[in-house]
Design a binder for this molecule. Sequence first.
Ligand code: R5P
Length: 300
Amino acid sequence: MEKIVIVGPASQILGVKIAKELGFESINTEIKKFPDGENYVRINIEDETIVAGKEVIIVQSTGPSANSDQNARLIELFMMIDSVKRMGAEKIIVVAPYLAYARQDKIFRPGESQFGNAIIQLINALGIDELYVVDIHAPSILKDCSCKAINIDSMKLLADYIKLKGMKDIVVVSPDKGAIERAGAFAKHIGENVPVEIIEKERDKITGNIKMEGSLNLKDKDVVISDDIISTGGTMASAIKLAKDSGAKSISVVATHALLLQQAKYRIIKAGADEIIGTDSIDNEASKVSLAKTIADYLK
Ligand code: R5P
């Protein structure tokens, strides 16, 4: 079956790179907003038979950025799926490295929505054949997809980047008990004996404010703090402060999805980090590690 890649507006670099890795044609999209706020997406083709009968890979991360929010990115994704379906795509594969709302996978207070699960159900209900995400915050929500759903691990790619820095005395720090598994895998990829220190983070269920306490074994170490997401940078800034107070020699922060919203860059660098490292799941200045080859390998 012939295959094509539709490059969503949120993943213009990653989408083209994946298409190049696969050796498939890539097609971009045209977007706008109507005066009433509704989104418009058009796949940039004049002849719909280009899509009919093909395997279509749609690449669209759904993170917020300076020029769009995650709701718009999700709607654009839904519209692209709907569009290729209408044009007769034989198979539809969605690559959404960052899946918005995946952090809303639990009920903390009465009356809340478990929307992470609902997002998976919605994408599934549009009639796709395969879904690929990267280091999704709550892998359990993928069980709500009846089609093939794969969570790709980016820890080796991020570890390879850190290894190139030639640091001698690395300690990986997990800023949250929930991120232990990922931090452990990340440390192992850097080196068999790289230790992991864990911080206990408490988040107020109402205000969202975080509290971190404790002392870590980081004297004169090259500290790499690893998390799945950097949103406002609050978690990282607190973890950096603890690392500095514990005597760290250098501090790098690593996240699969470095959203870097609001004052995140300022907070992280001001707190004392030397570098912010992310993947091209999110297209910004922290996208130093490309997911393209790894994702393409899964799609082959
Ligand atoms: C939450 O559990 C996530 O793993 C991240 O720690 C969190 O999303 C980071 O958010 P922020 O950068 O706003 O502290």
